[in-house]
Design a protein around this ligand. Sequence first.
Ligand code: IMP
Ligand code: MG
Length: 196
Amino acid sequence: MRQDIQRILYHESTILSRLDELADALTGDYRGKDLTVIAILNGSFIFMADLLRRVPLPLQVDCWSVSSYHGTKSTGRIAFRQTELADVRGRHVLILDDILDSGITLLNIREHLAANSGTLSLKVCVLLRKKIDRPRLVDADYVGFDIPNEFVVGYGLDYNERYRNLPFIGVLTDEAIRRHDLSPATGAPLKTIIPG
Ligand code: IMP
Ligand code: MG
């Protein structure tokens, strides 16, 4: 897998040092409060595990598995794959996600919580935030790293479900992107099958 990475953006040690800082901020802000952390799977599973082990508070954790349809012609909505979501009435909620890109995922999760919740507060913590224009409404309250608008993998982030287990965050080679591309080929020669 390493040979598929053209550039490492953040080594594991750099990520973990930044998580120490994020965890200190969260510990200070949520001390004495009833906190539920909602991690958005699959991308945030490593981030969640490393971050929350650094937060010595009696928090509760729930994992939401959502699928987004962005990049297709669909509405930009997301689907919740679970039927039962945690009861967060009367609790402070912190959403953890791997990366803030267009913000469609977080916008929908926020809307869902606003409609069903009774939460005392709702904040968002992301490991990565891409530098792109997006509505202010979907910005994050806690950010690990601001990154350029590039497609990155590793430390939980995937390309067509690969590379999540890389311990660092990096940029794929063009060759690896082509090799694992699942989109229908365009311009490929059509095979003519002549029966008989
Ligand atoms: P958004 O809804 O556009 O903000 O995208 C959120 C989701 O898209 C993230 O939780 C990731 O799963 C995925 N995503 C966006 N950018 C990247 C990337 O650079 N690498 C891997 N996954 C990404
Ligand atoms: Mg993904």
